[in-house]
Structures are given as C-alpha cells and as structure tokens.
Design a protein around this ligand. Sequence first.
Ligand SMILES: N[C@@H](CCC(=O)N[C@@H](CS)C(=O)NCC(=O)O)C(=O)O
Length: 288
Amino acid sequence: MSESIDLSLIQSNKCFGGTVYKYEHYSPSLKCRMRFNIFLPPNAPLDSTTKVPVLYFLSGLTCNEDNMITKAGAQRLLSEQGIALVTPDTSPRNTGIPGEDDIWSIGSGAGFYVDATTDKWKEHYQMYTYIVSELPELICSNFPINKEKSSVFGHSMGGHGAIMIALRNPGIVSAFAPICHPSECPVGTSAFEEYLGPNKSNWLDYDPTELASNYQSEHVNILIDQGSDDAFLKEGNLLPDHFVAAVENSKNYITLETHIQPGYDHSYWFVQTFINDHIDFHAKFLKS
Ligand SMILES: N[C@@H](CCC(=O)N[C@@H](CS)C(=O)NCC(=O)O)C(=O)O
C-alpha cells in the first residue's frame, strides 16, 4: 500500500478471542482522513498466513465506524465462523465544505454511498468509489483477508448502500431496514438532489428499487429484515414495498427473502436481535 495512505493503528481490543482494531488513513478518493474498524477472528491474527472471508457493514444516517461494531453484537458469531468484519465511516469528515455538519441527513454522517457530481460535494463525497474500490484494496493489501470471499450488509442508509452496491457488483447482500427507494422518499430525494443534482435520471444507478426493476445480470441473493414499528418506515423513508414490487419484475435474477419483524423499531436493539441470521446467511456463501 502506498505510503501516502499512512495507515495508522488508533486502538485495539481483544474480543471473543479475536481483535477489534481501529485504524485511520488518508483516503485519496475522499481527500480527507478516514477511520474504520476491522474485527479479525481468532483464526486470522494480523500476521496470519491464513486468509479469511470478510463482511463489510455499511451504517446509517448519523453513524460513524463505531455504531455497528459496538452495538450489534456480531463478533461472537463472526469469531466462531472465522469471518472478519469491516465497519467504515458513513461519510468524509472535516472537509471544510460549508455547512457539512449542519443537517443530520446531508453531509457528515450521511454520504449515501454515492459519488457526488455537484460542485459543492464532488471533491470529497466519493463514497461509492471509497467503499467499492479503495477500501477493499486497502483491506486486502494489509490484512489476512480472502479477496474472493467478501460481501456487504448494512442498516438504513447503509442498507440502501449495500443493496445498491450488490446490484451493481453482483453478490450476496443483506440489509436491516434499508432505504429501498431513495429517489422517492424525503431523506433520499434531499440527499440525491444535493449530491447528484436535480436531474433524476442521474439518480437511477444509485437507487436499489430502480436498479432492481431492470436487473438482468448475475443472480443476486438478498435478505431484508424490517421492523413493523420502525418510525422511518412509518414516515415513508424506507418503502420496502416498492423494492418487493421491483424485484417481482426481475425474479429470474434476484432471490429476495424479506422478514417483517412485528413490534421492532429502527434501532440497534432490532439489528442485534437479527444479526446472527444475517451472519449465517452470508456465511453460507462466504464459506462455500
Ligand atoms: N434523526 C435521528 C435519527 C438518526 C438514526 O436513527 N440513525 C440510525 C440510522 S438511520 C442509527 O443507527 N443511529 C445510530 C445508533 O442508533 O447508534 C437522529 O439524528 O437522532
């Protein structure tokens, strides 16, 4: 890895026999310093010659690299399964873009996993490139990770990111309460307009529902869990029914399993309840 990336260890904590490491690095695609956590299971310490599969978890609005790894309780099963976990941040930070910290659903903590094209955001907000290209290269060059065995999952805005990425780079994907149709919901339209401009045709490649409705590529397997008492769902920000209908059009190419979980909300209490189902879902493919 090039020295300019300056990968620095910030913290390490033993966890279920493995270790959670926090790193900081300079990101050439985002032009700022970024942090991520990586959990290495007991069978793949840093100096291991054994390479293990990896899961990338994309978090939701207002989150950083810590929310999921500290709250979802994934490490117990990942440790047993011998699967690594990477939790990236959700946006560039401290870029100096005016107002970057002012609105909870745009800017810091709200990168929406797109490569921005508008003058205001495009220099730094290249989260699609960061998550799909830069970060996996950095991870596979510096850690005992099997490049061929990786998949992505996420929550809310990160569920949108995970499904969108898996439909553009066919693979296994799962999501908790994903923003399924960002082009049609309040938080999605305001962010897409800001990052991609007002022309909705430029939004389609970043929208899970739009991508699914025309999908005719390698088979994709998707698992979604959705709480029935989720405030974001009730506000019309998630629109899972739009996604289910879109998949109907592409059912020869997409297998979708959706679980509506009665009484659960949008929080990490919900995520931690079903995290093991998601790890098992990925493990079937990652370890085959
Ligand atoms: N607008 C609210 C909602 C933010 C929110 O619920 N974010 C979700 C993802 S969309 C989350 O995971 N929050 C962090 C956490 O629960 O740890 C806020 O700013 O508090």
